[in-house]
Write a protein that binds this ligand. Sequence first.
Ligand code: B12
Ligand code: SF4
Length: 494
Amino acid sequence: MGLKKKVRPGSLKGNWSMNDDIVFYQSSPIINLGVVSLSTHLKQAGFKSSVIIESLERDPIQAIRELNPRSIGFSVFSVEHSNLIRAVKRIHSVFPDIPIIVGGTHAILYPEKILKDTLATLVCHSDGEAVLVNILKKLIKSSTPDWSSVEGVAYKDASGRIQVNERALLFQYRDDVVEERTIYSERYPGLGKDEEPPFIATRGCPYSCSFCYNSYLRKVVQEKGQFLRQKSVGNLINEISAYVKKNNNVKIVSFVDDLFTFNGEWLTRFLLEYKAKINIPFICTSRANEMNEGTAEKLAKGGCRTVIIGVESGNEDIRNRVLEKRITDEQVIRCGKILRKFNIRVRSTNMFCLPDETVKDALRTVELNIEAEIPLAFSALFMPFPDTKIFEYCKEKQLVGDNYSLENLPRSCFKTSILRVPDKQKIVNIHYLCFFFVRYPWAYRAFKQIIYIQCLKSLFYFSYILGNIIRHKEERGFGWVATIKFVLRVRNAV
Ligand code: B12
Ligand code: SF4
C-alpha cells in the first residue's frame, strides 16, 4: 500500500495549491465515504478541498499551514469525542482564525455537546453536501458570518449561547454526480490503491433497531425528504468502474451499506451489470429475515464472497424486545444454511453484555451461531449511545452510571464493557471465545466451562484477536501478508 511513507512538510507538488476552501482532518488512514461524497459535491460546485490524515503526516500542523485553508472540517463517530476535543484544541491554538466545522454521525446526534465541549465554530447536524456549500459561500463573503439562516448547522451566537438551526433537507442522489476519491489518492497515492475499497449504494435503512443510529435519525429527519435513498445502478457501476480502471490491484469490493440487499429489483439489475462489467468478488450486508434461495443465488452468481448479517443475541426475547431486531431464531438458522448452500461465507455480528443478558443467554448466542452453521462469527461488546432509545432502557435498569458520558466511551467496543451487568467478566470471556467456539463446536461442548477461569482472560483476549485476523482473511480471501497489512492499517478504526 505504501502507506508508511509519511508526507514530508514542503513536499507537496502537482495539484497542491494554497487556499483550499476546506481541509478535512482525520486521524486514521481510511477512506471516509462521507468525505468522498462531500469533496465530490464541493468540486461540482467549484470549491476546492483536501484531506490531511494525522497518522500519515510527519507534521500535520505544518501540512495545514501549507494548504492554508479557508476552513477545517472534522468527520467523526461518537467514540471519537475525546479525540475531537483534543484535536480541535490543538488546531485552534495554532490557527485561531480558521473556522472549524464538525460533521459526521456524531455531529448529527450531539451538536450541542460538541459545541459545549470543543472550540468548534460550527457543527453540521445534517447531510453535508448542500450545507457545506452554503457555509463556504458565507465564509467567502465574511470571516464572521451570521449563521442564523443556514439550515443544518449549530453554532454559538455572539453572547455564547448555543443555537441549533433547523435540520437541512436530506441529501438525494443525482445521476450526473459520480463519487470520486481523488481527495485521498492525490495526497496519499497508497490509500487510493486500496485492495478492498469500500463503496456505498444507499443511505438509510428500512428497519429501526433500538440500538442503531438509524432509529434516532429516522425520527429527527421526518419531513426532510425521502429517508431511504439509493444510487442508480448505472451511477454505482460507473463509480466502481472508474476506481477499478485506475487501480488494477482491487481484490475485493466491500459494500458498507446498512442493508445492501433491501431492494430486490435493484439488486437483480445491479448484480447482472456488476458481473458483466466489474466481475470482482464482493462483500455485502443483508438481514436474516430477508434471505431466501433466490436472493442467495443472485448474490452468488454476481460474485458475492461474504454476506454480513446481524444475529446480535442468541436470546430471541433480548433480540426482539430489547434490541427490536424483528428476527427469529428460525430465520437466522435458515439464512445461514441457505448461504452455505450457495457457497457464500457468512459473517454474523453479535453483541455481548447486553441489557438483561445472563451467562446462559450469552452461551445461547454461541449456540445459535453453531446451529446456523455460521463460519465467521464476529462479536463486540454492547455500547449504548446517550439519547438513544436503548440508552434510556439502560438508565432505567441502572446499567449505566451517572458518570456515563461521551468522554468516557471506549474507542472500541472489543475489549471492555462499560455497562454494569452481572457476571460481566464471564460474559466478556464468552465474547472473546465466540469466534473459535462457533467455528469448532466440539471445542465449545468440551471446554465451555473455561469461561469461569478468570485468570485466563488475557489468553482469551489473545484468541479474540487471532480469531479476528482469521475472519478478515477468510472474508476477503486474502493471503496472510495482505491480511496482516489490512489489519494493521484499520486497527485504530475498527
Ligand atoms: C462504513 C462504516 C464504518 C467503517 C468506516 C470506514 C469507511 N470505509 O468508510 C469502519 C469499519 C472503519 C467503521 C468503524 C466503526 N464504526 Co462504523 N459505520 C460505517 C457505516 C456502515 C457507513 C458510514 C458511511 O460511509 N456513511 C455514508 C456517508 C455518506 O454518510 P456520513 O458519514 O454520515 O456523512 C454525511 C454526514 O454525516 C455529513 N458529514 C460527514 N462528515 C462531515 C464533515 C463535515 C465538515 C461536514 C460539514 C459534514 C459531514 O455529510 C456526509 C454526506 O452527507 C455507518 C452506518 C451509517 N449508515 O452511517 C457505521 C457507523 C457510523 N459506525 C458506527 C460505529 C459504532 C463504529 C465503531 C465504533 C464500531 C467498532 N467497531 O468499534 C467503529 C469506530 C471507528 C472509529 N473511527 O473509531 C456507528 C456510529 C454511531 C455513532 N454514534 O457514532 C454507525 C452509525 C453504525 C450504526 N448503525 O450505529 N464504521
Ligand atoms: S437492520 Fe441494521 S442498519 Fe438497519 S436499523 Fe437494524 S441494525 Fe440498523
